[in-house]
Design a protein around this ligand. Structure first.
Ligand SMILES: O=C([C@H](O)CO)[C@H](O)[C@H](O)COP(=O)(O)O
Length: 191
């Protein structure tokens, strides 16, 4: 059983998470991040794919891409259409080996689409299938010895996916010159 929580545990845990995310997101190569942003702006449509928490982090990114006015689809949603030439698939997999994600990346390439991969594993099947790789130097979800992160599973990777893509959205929004009030027109109004 875990011991009773207290102020020190709260402070230590929070610092551990924030410190790791700060270190890892700052280590992502800016050149790859910049090229990924350019691909998104040129794409007729943007698709996202990831499973588990990696997919959930990208669903948050997908919403923001939609707010920017990009035609955005989450793979697996019933309304997601076919991917085509010059579209961009943004794929997140910490391990870079999750079959559904790798298969989607390979299919996207066969259709002439670009694939932006976020992964901890630059030599992985996902990275090989991608046209642009954002290496997120976080822990693999099976790093049970805590070598690359003190957090459980792929938490550090999944948090970093959200940060890196939120930073991408922020930069694209700032450079678009669009006011927050204008973006709000695309915010869901059926919620
Ligand atoms: O949800 C996940 C798990 O809890 C790890 O923290 C992962 O995101 C899921 O298992 C997918 O794995 P990857 O494709 O290796 O990111």
């Amino acid at each position: 059983m875990p011991k009773k929580l207290d102020d020190t545990l709260f402070s230590d845990a929070t610092r551990a998470v924030v410190g790791e995310v700060d270190r890892v997101s700052a280590a992502v190569q800016s050149a790859a991040w910049i090229r990924a942003g350019a691909l998104l702006l040129e794409a007729p449509a943007v698709f996202t794919i990831g499973t588990g928490r990696s997919g959930l982090a990208l669903q948050m990114a997908a919403m923001r891409f939609m707010h920017l006015g990009l035609a955005t689809h989450v793979v697996g949603e019933t309304t997601a259409p076919a991917i085509g030439a010059r579209d961009v698939l943004v794929a997140a997999s910490g391990s870079g080996s999750t079959k559904r994600v790798v298969r989607a990346a390979e299919t996207a390439r066969e259709q002439g689409a670009e694939v932006v991969a976020l992964t901890t594993a630059p030599e992985s099947a996902l990275a090989r299938a991608a046209t642009e790789v954002l290496v997120v130097p976080a822990a693999d979800k099976q790093d049970f010895d805590g070598n690359a992160s003190v957090q459980y599973g792929g938490s550090l990777f999944e948090q970093s996916v959200l940060l890196v893509t939120d930073a991408l959205f922020h930069a694209l929004w700032q450079t678009s010159g669009t006011q927050a009030r204008e973006l709000w027109r695309l915010h869901a109004n059926l919620e």
